[in-house]
Design a protein around this ligand. Sequence first.
Ligand code: UDP
Length: 324
Amino acid sequence: MKLLVTGGAGFVGAVVSRLLLDAGHTVVVLDDLSRNDAAQVPADAQFVQGRVQDAAEILTPEAGFDGVLHFAGLISAGESMSLPELHWEANTRAGLNLIDAMRAAGVRRLIFSSTAACYGEPSELPLTENAVTMPINTYGATKLAVDLAIASEARAHKLAAVSLRYFNVAGAYVGADGTVIGERHDPETHLIPIALEVAAGKREKMPMFGDDYPTPDGTCIRDYIHVTDLARAHLRALEAATPGEHRIYNLGVGTGFSNKQIIDAVREVTGADVPVEWLPRRPGDPAALYASSAKAQAELGWTPEKTEVADIVADAWTFYRRQN
Ligand code: UDP
């Protein structure tokens, strides 16, 4: 298939692009490089620097695209609370523009990076796709708005769509040829990469947001999924997408780890102390989030393979040391 990958310079988009190319697809990456450089875009993909809002310039009827994988967007829940307007623009307005551009060009297959943040404070654990969607941060709200728009587009205009609701994506892609693709956000906001910076001595202390949550050790619990496992699900979703259907799948491993457990894993993998500094809760953080991926496993025939936190942290550490 000829595929447009928005946000293909980012962590997940670059890994999915790599797997799509390996599977024989043609990949055009569209990325504005606002939060990344182009270093991780696979060399065998075509790269276009530009905004999703202007996707219609690439998605012409003549260009012959078979589908779009839409990763571009802002992902920091914390930032979405202080600068919500950025998230509504980059996630929702851009997403709606993309749907319009796809309709105009007759491109009728879409895989969308959705998020566990759509659920908000979970109504059940593990979270299934039937759980109530009531986001508690702007990030989740901006993504849920696009999910709802995709659902109506599928119903009314026969889009074949799959939204994949990611839990905490981590690790790094490590290819047989030595290629490593990892997480490199600027600014970095995620737990594991920041902890690795502390382990490497680049930061003095690990800022820890809250130890008074109603969890066994008082810190938040999240479901960490290895990026390569997550990426493999996208290829399955692309095959499974059916005209007129909007399918939604949760992607996690089904087990939660607390922030303290993650810091312990970082200490174990790196051999460093990782001193922590306890800070107040970060606004918009649910206490515990972990997935049921039973639906993805049953309907996509997908199973996560690298589920041990130490292995996930070890791959992230491999990437970190390559970069620094
Ligand atoms: N976290 C933290 N310190 C940091 C970054 C994150 O304590 O410097 C916590 C955050 O409050 C949350 C968990 O780690 O409880 C996971 O946050 P992250 O931003 O990595 O992912 P999210 O779950 O928000 O998508």
